[in-house]
Design a protein around this ligand. Structure first.
Ligand SMILES: Cc1cc2nc3c(=O)[nH]c(=O)nc-3n(C[C@H](O)[C@H](O)[C@H](O)COP(=O)(O)O)c2cc1C
Length: 380
């Protein structure tokens, strides 16, 4: 396809798949799209294992890596010991989480400081010092793209992208963020609307893509990948009509055969409508869109404490939600009710599980049909 993204990334179809699952990355790239491996929660050692596996299985097709290096978060620039960080977690919040679990018959006994300490790796990866090891690993592999979420990529990431001929992408959810990114020199803007799974802003993809496309025209016309709610080829065609050079997707891979989503949550996603997600700060402290469940409902209650800032909220939420995930898979009814995960509003269109490769083929066919419908409409 004639798209600047295809030229930059060396692909035939400008469909980018963000996933924490290496099989999805491989299958999407082999089917003509572009897989991006999400590495924000793992160690450099684990990243080395995952990327080596990808290299062995991807038949030389291009792929990328994604990190989360926010411009702002609690404790940025401070050196705190794990004990000092644990001491920052208010008892009120810990008690509130325990209360949610216990109201659903889930014991909070082992959701303790040891579990919270284990979940601190993510917080460490948010700083450039913590992520330098990830950059070393990523750039030692034949990646074609490195992406950053929640802020302008640090100068180390931009410089290493330049040196290695690797495109640097950044996720944005507002026009002002896009202008900052373009001024910093990113190569690709991932414009993510409020429909998106995971961290997201409040403006819809339908509005944000043309708004940012217009705003950057006088600043170098950086190529845009539209994101948020996109799970079909017809939506991809609509985004490209609005000025995007391709799309960046996350949710649609969660219900694929390869997606390593908790099977209980996968079933919930397949049954969910577009109204069954909510933007909530209950998981990381920043707004993320996720499947609505009694967990998210509890944090909306009048007696709920205000969620803590990133990354502290994740330190109290993650161990509890990991326990819920585990118990839900052993048939625990209360845990099954509570179970939730990041997903976008496009979940309402994700009604059957199929292979990642099948999803890429469906995108291609649906995109071509949409293009043909529009061509007929104008008599072309
Ligand atoms: C399960 C899940 C986890 C995500 N984790 C990250 C992440 O670690 N880094 C990141 O840049 N984006 C992350 N995202 C956001 C995606 O990169 C992408 O912007 C979003 O999924 C697009 O919207 P969609 O889910 O409607 O396709 C995540 C999304 C989902 C669904």
């Amino acid at each position: 396809m004639d798209s600047r993204i295809c030229d930059m990334l060396g692909i035939e179809f400008p469909l980018v798949a963000f996933s924490h699952c290496r099989d999805v990355v491989v299958e999407v790239s082999k089917a003509g799209g572009f897989g991006v491996f999400g590495a924000a929660t793992i160690t450099p050692e684990q990243l080395e294992i995952e990327l080596s596996w990808i290299d062995e299985h991807i038949d030389g097709k291009p792929y990328g890596v994604d990190l989360i290096l926010p411009n702002k978060y609690e404790g940025k620039g401070e050196q705190k010991s794990p004990d000092e960080v644990l001491a920052m977690l208010p008892v009120e919040h810990i008690d509130f989480v325990n209360g949610i679990l216990e109201a659903h018959g889930v014991s909070s006994d082992d959701v303790d400081d040891a579990a919270r300490r284990d979940s601190m790796g993510f917080a460490n990866n948010l700083s450039i010092e913590g992520a330098l090891g990830h950059l070393d690993v990523a750039f030692a592999h034949p990646i074609k793209l490195i992406a950053n979420a929640l802020g302008v990529p640090p100068k180390e990431m931009l410089a290493r992208g330049r040196q290695n001929g690797v495109a640097v992408a950044a996720l944005v959810g507002a026009k002002s963020h896009a202008l900052n990114q373009v001024q910093a020199g990113v190569d690709i803007l991932v414009v993510a609307g409020g429909e998106a799974g995971g961290h997201c802003g409040s403006v819809s993809t339908m509005v944000l893509v043309p708004e940012i496309h217009a705003a950057i025209q006088d600043h170098g016309d950086t190529p845009i990948l539209a994101a948020g709610g996109i799970v079909t080829g017809r939506q991809m065609a609509a985004c490209m009509a609005m000025g995007a050079s391709g799309v960046w997707t996350g949710s649609v891979w969660l219900t694929t055969a390869e997606g390593e989503t908790n099977p209980v949550v996968k079933e919930k996603m397949l049954a969910a409508s577009s109204s069954d997600t909510v933007r909530s700060r209950s998981r990381t402290g920043k707004y993320t869109r996720q499947l609505r469940s009694p967990w998210t409902d509890a944090w909306q209650r009048a007696d709920a404490p205000d969620p803590l800032p990133l990354p502290l909220q994740r330190m109290i939420a993650h161990p509890a939600l990991m326990k819920v995930d585990k118990l839900s898979q052993s048939g625990h009814k209360g845990a099954q009710d509570l179970a939730t995960y990041y997903v976008g509003q496009g979940v309402g269109l994700m009604n059957a599980s199929q292979s990642a490769r099948g999803v890429v083929y469906d995108f291609k066919e649906d995109f071509a049909n949409a293009y043909e419908r529009l061509s007929k409409a104008i008599g072309a």
